[in-house]
Design a protein around this ligand. Structure first.
Ligand SMILES: [Zn+2]
Length: 387
């Protein structure tokens, strides 16, 4: 049955202003028509009419840094050791709760390997064609230099040849993108040189596969950008030279600021020393300051910033994109810029022109909130309904 939403505002997130008095006709999960209320044709008797007066339509969000098989929370790392059937159940819960909170796309950037394949790829394939789950693009598993990550969750590479082979293996497994881990065993040195990373980016790009890189410190981020990765994940410490280089090359950053905000909250909600110890609390606060400053540098230089919660692989939960948008605003983005990061900029990062956009002829992937998310990101918590 067709559905006609009337009298809504639309937050396209391409500028600071809502478009008012809009009608949207949806049929067959496609936006058949969109325009001013006065220009809408008379609905047929079969049409389900929804009076959306007072609500704002928001494009379905793109969580550009997610780990759909992890539950998040203060013990997010240990949870990855849970049995496979438990993690598959977590993925279903995550998909359901994220969708209800307005997230329509997961860009999954790392899942544990089970039965010789990253679990995220199994979930992605199972969700194809389901309207009640987010669309997924997944990186397979993390690829790290030996002795950086627990070998139970990643693919380890001892040298550059092994790195190249590991990347090809992920692509052969069906990964949509490839995730390198560029924090090294030694934090002052990138685990791979720019030339070694370039071998990987050339190999992947020749096969139409993007490469992204976890980098929370400068050496890995510098080598990754110089080596041609498409995106830096976290980018918690960037400098003025690096952001210039990223802007010139078109390298994205996904800052994942909600991770640090959630750690700060665990100082109150847990008795875990990692979060409660006064020294650790100060370290978290200092890291937050540096991460916010990095976002400001990136914004000023014109780097493309996509929003991601890091849920599952970090401590946020799957239905908390609103928190990430609030953090981006706290770091210095205008609210409409932060919503762009959470919608169509993430779509561009994925190379998906329909993701994060509401337009005639496009998929009916939107949600409705109370309040103006172009001026107040907290409106994103007030989800009324999902299309
Ligand atoms: Zn992550």
């Amino acid at each position: 049955m067709p559905t006609l939403y009337r009298h809504a505002a639309i937050a396209h997130a391409t500028g600071p202003d809502l478009v008012l008095e809009q009608s949207v006709l949806v049929d067959g999960d496609v936006i058949q028509w969109l325009g001013h209320d006065d220009d809408a044709s008379e609905p047929g008797a079969e049409t389900d009419i929804i009076d959306a007066a007072g609500a704002a339509i928001v494009p379905g969000m793109v969580d550009a840094h997610s780990h759909l098989t992890g539950p998040g929370g203060a013990q997010w790392v240990t949870r990855f050791d849970d049995p496979t059937d438990v993690l598959l159940g977590v993925a279903e819960d995550n998909g359901e709760s994220a969708l209800r909170a307005g997230t329509r796309w997961f860009r999954d950037v790392g899942a544990p390997r089970r039965d010789d394949r990253a679990l995220s790829l199994t979930v992605r394939d199972a969700w194809i064609g389901r309207r009640d789950r987010p669309y997924v693009r997944a990186a397979g598993t993390w690829i790290a230099k030996n002795d950086v990550l627990p070998s139970s969750i990643c693919v380890e590479a001892a040298d550059a040849d092994a790195l190249v082979a590991a990347v090809q293996q992920q692509i052969d497994d069906g990964a949509d993108l490839v995730k390198l881990y560029l924090d090294g065993p030694d934090k002052d040195t990138s685990p791979w040189t720019a030339a070694e990373i370039e071998r990987v980016t050339n190999l992947a790009h020749d096969q139409g596969v993007a490469v992204t890189a976890h980098a929370t410190v400068l050496p890995g981020a510098r080598a990754g950008v110089a080596g041609g990765v498409d995106c830096i994940e976290h980018g918690s410490r960037l400098d003025a030279d690096l952001v210039q280089d990223m802007a010139a090359r078109g390298t994205y950053v996904v800052p994942t600021l909600a991770v640090l905000a959630s750690w700060a909250s665990f100082g109150d909600t847990t008795s875990m020393e990692r979060f409660t110890d006064p020294d650790n609390r100060s370290t978290i606060a200092e890291r937050t300051d540096v991460a916010y400053e990095s976002v400001r540098l990136a914004r000023t230089a014109g780097v493309k910033i996509a929003a991601g919660t890091d849920f599952g692989g970090g401590s946020a939960r799957a239905n908390q994109m609103a928190w990430e948008v609030e953090c981006l605003v706290a770091a210095g983005l205008e609210p409409h810029e932060a919503l762009a990061s959470a919608t169509w900029v993430g779509g561009d990062l994925l190379g998906e022109p329909d993701a994060g956009r509401v337009r005639e002829g496009g998929p009916a992937d939107f949600f409705l909130v109370h309040g103006n998310p172009l001026s107040d990101p907290s409106a994103l918590w007030r989800v009324w309904r999902v299309s």
